[in-house]
Design a protein around this ligand. Structure first.
Ligand SMILES: Cc1ncc(COP(=O)(O)O)c(C=O)c1O
Length: 471
């Protein structure tokens, strides 16, 4: 074996120099491997956000597509101090493997976070995962055989769609409105599945400041959902990355606290309240389910990063974790307000959108003759991106909706991004009206952005009143 440092042909490459890439895969290459792929790869889907990330990384693109928290808000000095302390005091341990279910100290931090949302989990009911995404994967791997029914909101978290597909779940969508998942529809679906002799494996919900729709489930619906889970003996997966990021209104009880942890599995993450780069999430679940999830995790990655679990421990020891969330709340509230104002100013009156009380996303719906997947190509030419609504459904619905992220961009960028999208939307509306001769509603004329601009009234004349935007 040769020591790579001794290789004569070893190129001198500055750290920031781009790596040479291999030539693009040819069709002959693909054929060579095709016969080896497992059947489940045929139903695997790529995540729309991941696909978009490559494009939106270009500096000239204003990306409203990601689900990124603003990590530049985290004080660099404090990060440096914590990492230095780890290096000096626990270097060998921090660089070592750890227990599959996570360190007790990490779990103690998780308990603090859950307590801040009114929950009191037993530390033994927790397993630390490599982000909330791994938790979704492990839960699905543990519970779902091909063809098993899984119920989720419509729209649902776009990152859960590829997971459900790769385990070949039969996904049933339940619509949402401003109060979250429609529990009357859920009840009817559960009754139908029961009549057909089928028991869904779980109901997946993001009840607070949902990704992608931004809506929050009302307390009444939360209570009824937990009752239904008990009546039908169905598990509920409560995915709650955003629960502590509330900008207005009153906190709602978590499903986990209403249920007491019998039927509700709670899924949390440090991604949105500290950092997604540390890749630490968790699951709280009844012990028999947790044991199986732990077996799945052993096979998946042995353990979550020891180094970043040590970082969480140091960070919480400083006792300022909640203050940082309060800082984020101030920043994101202003950004949400800026996006809402910009939408009011630059989107045509045919569009509707949600008004989230927290979280990171607004969901906008355009007239049904506009397909947001096609629109994205036009928007990218204007150097702006969003997530097309189809990514949030398994059944091709959502074609005229889009997810807009407001946490990752400064107010001026949000204004400019929404102005550009508003312009391409308005072009489509004009085109449709010219071709069909329909003039359903006058639209506000778009002009260069200006924070503080007053929204214009729709033009008069042949205006047909449209349903009011949700506000
Ligand atoms: C609803 C929801 N669940 C899970 C995740 C995954 O988060 P992570 O794996 O970074 O913890 C996200 C990330 O955006 C999310 O919005």
């Amino acid at each position: 074996m040769t020591d790579p440092r001794e290789r004569e042909d070893r190129p001198e490459r500055p750290l920031d120099a781009p790596r040479r890439r291999r030539a693009h895969t040819t069709s002959r290459d693909l054929e060579r491997y095709a016969g080896l792929f497992a059947r489940r790869t045929q139903v695997m889907r790529s995540s729309a956000m991941r696909d978009l990330m490559a494009i939106t990384a270009r500096p000239e693109v204003i990306s409203l597509a990601g689900g990124l928290p603003d990590t530049s808000a985290f004080p660099a000095d404090s990060f440096a101090a914590q990492m230095t302390r780890i290096a000096h005091e626990s270097s060998a341990e921090a660089l070592q493997y750890g227990p599959t279910d996570g360190f007790e100290e990490t779990k103690a931090c998780i308990v603090e976070v859950m307590e801040a949302e009114g929950m009191a989990p037993d530390i033994d009911d927790l397993i630390v995962t490599t982000g909330g995404q791994q938790a979704i994967d492990l839960i699905t791997k543990t519970l779902v055989d091909p063809g098993d029914p899984v119920i989720c909101e419509a729209p649902t978290y776009p990152g859960a769609v590829p997971t459900f597909c790769s385990y070949e779940a039969e996904v049933h969508h339940v619509s949402t409105d401003d109060d979250g998942m429609r529990i009357d529809e859920l009840e009817a679906l559960l009754a139908k599945l029961r009549a057909d002799g089928r028991r869904p494996k779980f109901i997946y919900s993001v009840p607070s400041f949902q990704n992608p729709a931004g809506v929050t489930m009302s307390e009444e619906r939360r209570r009824r959902l937990v009752e239904l889970a008990r009546e039908h003996e169905v598990l509920v997966v409560e995915d709650s990355p955003y629960g502590l990021l509330r900008y207005d209104g009153e906190p709602q009880p978590t499903l986990y606290s209403l249920d007491g942890g019998d039927y509700v599995l709670y899924l949390g993450t440090f991604s949105k309240i500290l950092s997604p780069g540390i890749r630490i999430g968790w699951v709280a679940a009844p012990p028999p389910v947790l044991d199986k999830i732990g077996l799945g995790k052993q096979a998946a990655d042995l353990c979550t990063s020891t180094l970043t679990q040590y970082f969480v421990r140091e960070y919480f020891a400083g006792g300022r974790w909640f203050e940082y969330i309060e800082d984020l709340i101030e920043i994101y509230r202003a950004r949400r307000d800026a996006m809402l104002e910009a939408l009011e100013r630059h989107f045509p009156p045919q569009a509707e959108w949600t008004r989230p009380e927290g979280g990171m996303f607004i969901w906008a719906t355009l007239p049904d003759y506009i397909d947001t997947t096609d629109l994205l190509a036009k928007a990218l030419r204007e150097n702006v991106a969003f997530v097309p609504g189809r990514a949030a459904y398994v059944d091709g619905r959502g074609a005229s909706s889009m997810r807009l992220n407001f946490s990752a961009s400064k107010e001026e960028e949000l204004w400019e991004g929404i102005r550009r999208i508003g312009r391409v939307v308005s072009e489509q509306v004009d085109l449709y009206e010219t071709i069909t001769g329909e003039h359903t509603v006058g639209r506000a004329e778009t002009r260069p952005a200006g924070p503080g601009d007053e929204p214009e009234e729709p033009a008069g004349g042949d205006v047909v009143p449209m349903p009011r935007r949700r506000s």
